[in-house]
Design a protein around this ligand. Sequence first.
Ligand SMILES: Cc1cc2nc3c(=O)[nH]c(=O)nc-3n(C[C@H](O)[C@H](O)[C@H](O)COP(=O)(O)OP(=O)(O)OC[C@H]3O[C@@H](n4cnc5c(N)ncnc54)[C@H](O)[C@@H]3O)c2cc1C
Length: 392
Amino acid sequence: MSLTADVIVIGGGVIGSSITYYLSKRGKRVIQLERDYFNSGASGSCDTMISPNTKEPNEHLQLALYSVELYKTLSSELGRDIEYEQKGSLLLIENQEELNIMEGIVKKQNSLGLNSRLISAEETLRLQPGLNRDAIVGASYSEVDADVNPFCLNLAFADRAAALGAQTFTHEGVQEILLHNGAVAGVKTNRNTYYAPIVINAAGAWAPIVGKMVGLNIPIKPRRGQTVITEAVPPFVHKLVNNARYIVGKHHPELLKDDHSAKARMGIAISLVQSRKGNVEFGNSREFVGYDTSNTYECLRELIKNATRIIPGLKDLNIIRTMGGVRPHSPDSKPLIGFVQGVPGFFLAAGHEGDGICLSPVTGKLVSDLIVDGKTDVPAAAGFDPNRFNLF
Ligand SMILES: Cc1cc2nc3c(=O)[nH]c(=O)nc-3n(C[C@H](O)[C@H](O)[C@H](O)COP(=O)(O)OP(=O)(O)OC[C@H]3O[C@@H](n4cnc5c(N)ncnc54)[C@H](O)[C@@H]3O)c2cc1C
């Protein structure tokens, strides 16, 4: 075991593991430190969607499209089945107001290279039988959207990185970041001291706590999401299914400001997928309740009401468990990826909110480009520079 490396990565979620893999592939000696176990954070309590269709049509969408390209060969590159499947996604439109807004969003998406389109209610039902015809007026459909098993993905990144020489340690939390003449020199954990001139903060929703260790105010906040999982059943969900309202609200929050329902307050969305084993996963919420990852009766009731209204056949399935996790929310919903000015060697890669599974490959590639080459071909990368916020 070596206590020195070129780069130390803090965090064993998909972002930390992807970075560890891409840096190892470029020949860097990496130490990755996770205070609990892999997937103990958001990466182990999330949905499975790789969905450019839900991204804001700006540099965020460009980043997602780049990630989609990387995903196509990722399984074979990592030497592991990550259950990647390009199924396509539907954003269900429920009324004329949503339809008008989605028309504008689809046009912008098309201009940035996403081949999404609006489809009728009949076509929506052909693609996803079982939907309540009375609940929808149509959908926006994107063929490139896919899903993946986030647990397998994270472990596949970590294992491949280890095969390339990375050292990964679990149950080792970083408690202090060492500085020498103001520049990063290493970290202290509950067990050891490790030395490297670059430290990457990939601690997800906990990135602000790690940032405090070098005097930073990182504007990331935990945002809880709750999810329901059913027993395994034969193929039932054929597409990734979401509510367009959720996207409309994301891009035009002013339109939901007069909606004081429990559903709007908790940001309830259907987010329906089915795993390869057959379990149906649905629902997620968006709540600012600190680091509390518990499930609440009020939220689960709203998730189930919303989902069974849209796809009534769900009523016949048994729920086997529920999950809660905290997304790393950033003020402009875009991740913070880059060196922090003022603390030489301190690199931030966090704030992926509800998109970290989708964006993990491109984040690893972007970080390794910036560290190894000092430049990147990832489009619009400058838009994710953490120094766009006042971090001190
Ligand atoms: C309900 C829900 C649904 C979602 N659905 C999707 C989806 O369909 N598609 C999608 O793309 N994204 C989705 N997301 C978002 C996605 O899960 C996150 O963006 C992603 O997992 C963030 O990964 P991360 O590695 O940054 O954070 P995490 O997975 O949270 O990892 C951070 C890790 O850092 C560790 N850590 C913290 N402090 C320290 C320390 N001091 N020392 C060492 N380790 C430390 C933590 O223990 C944790 O394991 C969803 C999230 C939720 C909650």
